[in-house]
Write a protein of this length. Structure first.
Length: 187
C-alpha cells in the first residue's frame, strides 16, 4: 500500500468492478437466482436440521427465524461490506473521488496515526492554494510550522516528528484567507 502506482491502479480497478460483477445489483440477482434454485432443497435442509431461530456460530445477531430473513441478512451483510470496502479503498491515482461532503477548501488525512517517525499528510484540495501547517502540543507549545503549496487534487506532505515526545498534538492547516482544518496526531 506504500506504492502509489499500485494504489492508484487498485482504485481504478475497484471502481470498474463495482459497476459490474461487484455491484450490489449483481450480488442481489446472484443470490436471488440461487434462492430460486434451492427452494425445495432448503426446505428439506431445515426439516432435517432445525436451526432456524437458533444461534449457530458464527452467525450474526439477531438470529433469523426464517429462510427469507437469512437471505435478507446475507444481502445486507454483503452490501455493508461493499460499502466498507468503498470507504476504505485508497482514494488516489487517476480515479480518485473528491470527498462528497467536504465543505472546506481542503480535507486532510494522516497516516500512520499514531506516528512512528514521519507522518504522511494527504491533503485533498479543491484549489491551487498555499497553506500554513502548524503543530502544537496539548499545552499549546509550537512544535513546528511549515508552508506548503497545494495543487488541485491529492497532495502528499511529509511531517517529521523525530524530536517529539510521545503524546497528542494538534495539526492545523490554514489558508491566507483564514480557512482552517484541524486534526489530532498521536505519537
Amino acid at each position: 500500500m506504500q506504492d502509489t502506482a499500485f494504489t492508484g491502479n487498485l482504485r481504478c480497478r475497484w471502481k470498474d468492478l463495482r459497476t459490474g460483477n461487484l455491484s450490489e445489483n449483481h450480488f442481489t440477482q446472484l443470490i436471488d437466482s440461487v434462492v430460486s434454485l434451492l427452494g425445495e432443497a432448503q426446505q428439506r435442509h431445515f426439516q432435517r436440521w432445525q436451526i432456524l431461530g437458533t444461534y449457530v456460530w458464527p452467525n450474526p445477531q439477531p438470529i433469523a427465524s426464517s429462510y427469507s430473513m437469512e437471505i435478507t441478512y446475507l444481502k445486507g451483510w454483503i452490501n455493508d461490506r461493499l460499502v466498507w470496502l468503498d470507504r476504505n479503498m485508497p482514494n488516489s491515482g487517476a480515479c480518485y473521488d473528491e470527498p462528497p461532503l467536504v465543505i472546506a477548501d481542503f480535507a486532510v488525512s494522516i497516516s500512520p496515526n499514531p506516528i512512528q517517525g514521519t507522518a504522511i499528510l494527504k491533503v485533498q484540495s479543491k484549489f491551487n492554494i498555499e497553506v500554513q501547517i502548524q503543530v502544537t502540543d496539548m499545552v499549546g507549545r509550537l512544535m513546528g510550522v511549515q508552508k506548503a503549496m497545494l495543487n488541485y487534487g491529492i497532495n502528499t506532505i511529509s511531517l517529521h516528528t523525530g524530536g517529539w515526545a510521545s503524546g497528542i498534538y494538534n495539526l492545523t492547516l490554514t489558508t491566507a484567507d483564514g480557512n482552517k482544518v484541524s486534526k489530532r496526531l498521536v505519537k
